[in-house]
Design a protein around this ligand. Structure first.
Ligand code: FMN
Length: 606
C-alpha cells in the first residue's frame, strides 16, 4: 500500500520487514529500538502474525510514522513554526482600515473557508469493505501487545471521534484502546479529556454514547488527535488550517459520527454508560506501567476498511520515542495560543525526557516582581498545561532553551531556595508520584533575575564526598556531581533504599558546606552517569510537596516510594523490554544493539 502518507515518506528512507513477526512484543520491540537510533525511520511490517492465537494477518503494520523531525515536517507540509506564524497572524487580526488593507486581508480570510471540515454525502474509501455486526472480529486486526506485563493488546494510534450529547460539539482525541475480546474495546480517555466530558453527559442522560475509531489515513489526523485543542474546538479545524484544505468527512455506517474519508480502518460502536471494565496495566509514555483502572467499554457494531488497509501503530515507553517528534510539533504550533494568556512569554520547551507534563522550560520578558510566578500559575490553571509538575522560567537574557548545558548553567547560577516555590494542583491522571491520584505537588523555579551572590561552596572530589557520605550512611553506593562550575553544583547519589530518604537527607546536613543541591535516586535501574535518563527518572518520581526540602541545601528525594515513605498507592514498575525477544531479534539481524545501547535507554533492568 503506497498512498499519500507513504509518498510523504518517499524521499526519505524507510524500512520494510517481510519476516513474519509477532504482534506480541516482537513488532513493538523492533519499532521501539528503531526510534531510539539517530535518524530513525518508519517501518512497515508486511507479515504480522500472532503466535499465541495462531493468526496470520492480511494487512501490514506501519510504525514510527513520526520517526524524526524531518518526517514530521514533511507530514505537516511545512515547518511547525510556519503553522504557528499563521495562527499568530490570525490571533492578531484587526479590522482593516482603508481599501488597500481590506484587499490584502481578503486572501487570508478566503483561505479560512478551508478550515471547516466538509461533510460528504457519499461513502468514503474507508468504507470500501463493510463488516456487519455478526461478523465483527477484532482479532482480524494486528493489534499489538507492546510490553510483557501489558494487560492485553492495545490499539495505540486510534483516532477516537466522539460528539457531545446535543451533537453540537465534535472531538478527535488520541486515546489507547484495549482489546478485550472480538467486539469490545476499553476507552482510555482520561478524566480530564474531552471525550470523558462527553461521556459524563451521556451517563447523566442514561444514553448510549456513539464512538467511532479510525486508524490510518493522513498522519496529520493522528497528530491533530493528540493536539491539546481548547475544549469544544474540533481538531479537524486545526487539520484544515495546517493543510489549507478542508478535512473531508463521511458518516459512519452505524452511528452519526463523521470520520475522514481516507482513513484505513474504521471501528464503529456505542459505549454503554453503565458499564466499565478494568483497563491496563499498560506500559505508558511515562516509561512506567499505568496500573489497572476502570474505564468505559465500547461494543463494536461495524468495522469498515479500505480494500488494502494498513494498520498504523506506535510504541510508548521510556523516551525518546515517536511522541518526541509529535510533541515537538505540538510545542511549536501552540506557542502563539499561549501568548494571549501569557503575553510576555518568548518561548517554551517541554523536553521529551521530562515526558512533557513533568517539565517545562520557559523564557519570558519580566516586567515586574512575581511576573514569572504569575505565568506559572497561568500555566497550571489552564487546559492540559495544568498537568505540568515542574516549571523552570528564565528571562530574556537566557540562552536558547534547547542549549541544555548553557541553559542549565544559567539556571543554576540563579537558583536559590528563595526563588523556588512549591504549591499544589492538578496532575496528569498517569502521574504515579503524587500521594493521591489527580492532585499533587508543583514546583516553580524563577530564574528570571540576576545571578545569586552566594558562592561559598567547598567543593570536594566525587570520591572524597562519597567517602564522607558513606561514613554517615553506607547504603549510599555511588555519587556524581554535575555542573560544578556553577553556583549550585548538583550532587546525585544512588542509594540502596530501606527507609525514608528524608532521614538520610537530615543526616547529610552536616555536609552542607559541600552540597548545594542533593538529588537522591535508587541504585537499582539508575545510571548516575546518564543525565538524560536521570532527568526522566527524577521528574517522574518526585512530588514537590513531599520530596523537596530547601534547607540547609536543596534536596530532592527521587527514589521510588513505598510504605516507608507513607506512600499508600501502588508504585508502578518501569517498562522493560523482554530479553529473550531482544536476543531473538538480534539473532535474526532485525535489530543491532549492544550493552551500551541497552543501558543508555534503560531497555533492561540493571
Ligand atoms: C502516543 C500517545 C498516546 C496517548 N494516549 C492517551 C490515552 O490513552 N488517554 C488519554 O486520555 N490521552 C492520551 N494521549 C494524550 C491525548 O491524545 C491528548 O491529551 C489529546 O489532546 C486529548 O484530546 P482531547 O483534549 O480532545 O481529549 C496520548 C497521546 C499520545 C501522543
Amino acid at each position: 500500500m503506497i498512498d499519500a502518507r507513504c509518498s510523504a515518506m518517499a524521499q526519505r528512507k524507510w524500512k520494510i520487514i517481510d519476516e513474519p513477526l509477532d504482534v506480541e512484543l516482537e513488532i513493538p520491540h523492533v519499532a521501539y529500538i528503531e526510534v531510539k537510533t539517530d535518524d530513525s525511520v518508519p517501518i512497515l511490517f508486511t507479515n504480522p502474525i500472532n503466535k499465541s492465537k495462531g493468526i496470520e494477518y492480511d494487512m501490514p503494520v506501519l510504525m514510527n510514522i513520526f520517526a524524526n523531525k524531518a518526517l514530521t515536517e514533511k507530514i505537516f507540509g511545512k515547518h511547525p513554526d510556519d503553522v504557528a506564524e499563521g495562527i499568530e497572524e490570525l490571533l492578531k487580526l484587526k479590522p482593516p482600515k482603508g481599501l488597500k488593507a481590506k484587499l490584502t486581508m481578503l486572501p487570508k480570510l478566503f483561505s479560512l473557508k478551508n478550515v471547516f471540515p466538509k461533510r460528504l454525502k457519499f461513502k468514503g474509501e474507508c468504507q470500501e469493505i463493510i463488516i456487519p455486526k455478526e461478523e465483527v472480529d477484532l482479532d482480524t486486526l494486528p493489534i499489538l501487545k507492546t510490553w510483557e506485563e501489558d494487560g492485553g493488546a492495545f490499539i495505540t494510534m486510534g483516532q477516537v471521534y466522539t460528539q457531545s450529547l446535543d451533537g453540537k460539539m465534535q472531538n478527535l482525541g488520541m486515546y489507547r484502546l484495549q482489546q478485550y475480546d472480538k467486539n469490545h474495546l476499553g476507552m482510555h480517555w482520561q478524566i480530564h479529556k474531552d471525550a470523558s466530558h462527553f461521556f459524563d453527559q451521556y451517563q447523566r442522560a442514561g444514553k448510549k454514547m456513539p464512538v467511532t475509531i479510525a486508524i490510518g489515513g493522513d498522519p496529520l489526523y493522528i497528530w491533530c488527535g493528540q493536539a491539546p485543542m481548547p475544549h469544544g474546538m474540533f481538531e479537524m479545524l486545526l487539520y484544515g488550517f495546517v493543510r489549507n484544505k478542508n478535512a473531508q468527512l463521511v458518516k459512519s455506517i452505524s452511528n452519526d459520527i463523521y470520520i475522514p474519508r481516507d482513513v484505513d480502518i474504521v471501528i464503529e460502536g456505542f459505549v454503554d454508560p453503565t458499564l466499565t471494565e478494568i483497563e491496563g496495566p499498560f506500559g505508558d509514555h511515562t516509561g512506567y506501567y499505568t496500573l489497572k483502572e476502570a474505564f468505559p467499554v465500547m461494543e463494536v457494531e461495524t468495522i469498515t476498511m479500505k480494500t488494502n488497509p494498513v494498520f498504523a501503530a506506535t510504541v510508548v515507553g521510556k523516551p525518546p520515542l515517536e511522541d518526541k517528534y509529535m510533541g515537538w510539533a505540538t510545542e511549536r504550533v501552540f506557542l502563539p495560543m499561549l501568548k494571549p494568556m501569557t503575553p510576555d512569554l518568548i518561548d517554551y520547551n517541554m523536553p521529551e525526557n521530562g515526558v512533557f507534563h513533568n517539565l517545562i522550560l520557559a523564557k519570558m520578558k519580566t516586567l515586574y516582581k512575581g511576573h514569572a510566578m504569575q505565568f506559572m500559575h497561568a500555566f497550571w490553571g489552564v487546559g492540559q498545561m495544568s498537568f505540568v509538575k515542574h516549571a523552570l522560567f528564565v528571562g530574556e537574557d537566557a540562552p536558547k532553551l534547547e542549549e541544555s548545558h548553557a541553559l542549565a548553567t544559567h539556571i543554576l547560577n540563579r537558583l536559590s531556595p528563595k526563588r523556588i516555590f512549591i504549591t499544589k494542583g492538578i496532575v496528569d491522571q498517569l502521574d504515579h508520584a503524587s500521594p493521591e491520584q489527580f492532585v499533587g505537588g508543583k514546583l516553580g523555579v524563577d530564574a528570571t533575575g540576576d545571578e545569586i551572590k552566594e558562592d561559598n561552596i567547598k567543593l570536594l572530589l566525587d570520591e572524597a564526598l562519597l567517602a564522607k557520605i558513606q561514613k554517615i550512611q553506607p547504603r549510599v553506593k555511588a555519587l556524581k556531581q554535575y555542573m560544578t562550575e556553577t553556583k549550585n553544583p548538583l550532587c546525585v547519589i544512588a542509594v540502596e533504599k530501606k527507609k525514608s530518604q528524608q532521614k538520610l537527607i537530615k543526616k547529610l546536613e552536616e555536609l552542607s558546606a559541600h552540597i548545594k543541591v542533593l538529588i537522591v535516586v535508587d541504585v537499582a535501574n539508575n545510571d548516575i552517569n546518564n543525565p538524560y535518563m536521570l532527568i526522566w527518572r527524577v521528574t517522574n518520581n518526585m512530588d514537590a510537596n513531599r520530596d523537596v526540602t530547601l534547607s540547609p541545601f536543596i534536596a530532592i528525594d527521587a527514589t521510588n516510594k513505598s510504605k516507608v515513605d507513607g506512600f499508600k498507592r501502588e508504585w508502578p514498575g518501569d517498562t522493560f523490554c523482554t530479553k529473550s525477544v531482544l536476543d531473538n531479534l538480534q539473532k535474526k539481524g532485525l535489530i543491532d544493539i549492544d550493552e551500551k545501547f541497552i543501558k543508555k535507554f534503560g531497555l533492561l533492568p540493571f
